[in-house]
Design a protein around this ligand. Structure first.
Ligand SMILES: [Zn+2]
Length: 206
């Protein structure tokens, strides 16, 4: 009886349309499989929609490559919707991490905007590659402007490698008209199967 109630709640979320007030908190939906993903945000619920499959396909393609660098960390992509007006309005993609689990959260409104663009898959793959690189190489958030800037550059450099190895053309990492030397170098290396930063979680070969 209880299980049926949970399934019903999940279906409500799946079929919810924008503005529907009958959303259930993420805990109800996700306990079905694995327990709730960490979100690191208040006033947001997990949502799915017709777009979920398209997001999942792109995520899985990049995640399959990044996995080797992530050790035992399990990562999932989670669509979210703000439940308080204007809360999280500016946010698109973000990461929330616990010891053995992480969620890349994607705001539904951002995804819906994105999917109208012809390059939506590239933009999503780039975001996933960048965030998975952070998870692979930065166990905790950097402190200070300099460290933060370096971490961003590193996440791009490793992200470029994931992106290229997932079958995307890393020449498309930069926006048109952009020139980023570190990205070009990382891209040239990635096309030869090489990378700027060795994987930090990899075991020594002997
Ligand atoms: Zn970053």
């Amino acid at each position: 009886m209880h299980v049926q109630a949970v399934v019903a709640a999940a279906l409500v979320v799946v079929t919810a349309t924008a503005g529907c007030a009958r959303l259930r908190p993420s805990a109800v939906v996700d306990r079905l499989k694995t327990g709730p993903p960490p979100l690191c945000m208040d006033h947001a619920v997990v949502v799915t929609g017709a777009w979920s499959g398209r997001v999942a396909v792109v995520f899985q393609r990049v995640y399959a490559v990044a996995k080797a660098d992530l050790g035992s960390l399990r990562v999932e992509v989670v669509g979210v919707r703000a439940t308080v007006a204007d809360e999280h309005r500016e946010e698109g993609f973000a990461v929330c991490r616990t010891a053995d689990r992480a969620a890349i959260t994607v705001f539904e409104s951002r995804v819906l905007d994105l999917l109208r663009r012809p390059d939506s898959e590239i933009v999503m793959a780039r975001a996933f590659a960048h965030l998975l690189a952070h998870l692979a190489i930065h166990p905790r958030p950097p402190v200070g402007d300099e460290a933060r800037a370096r971490a961003e550059a590193e996440a791009d450099e490793t992200g470029v490698f994931f992106f290229e190895r997932a079958g995307y053309d890393c020449n498309r990492w930069e926006n048109s008209g952009e020139y980023r030397r570190n990205v070009r170098i990382a891209c040239n290396l990635a096309k030869q199967g090489e990378r700027l930063h060795p994987p930090r979680r990899a075991e020594p070969s002997r």
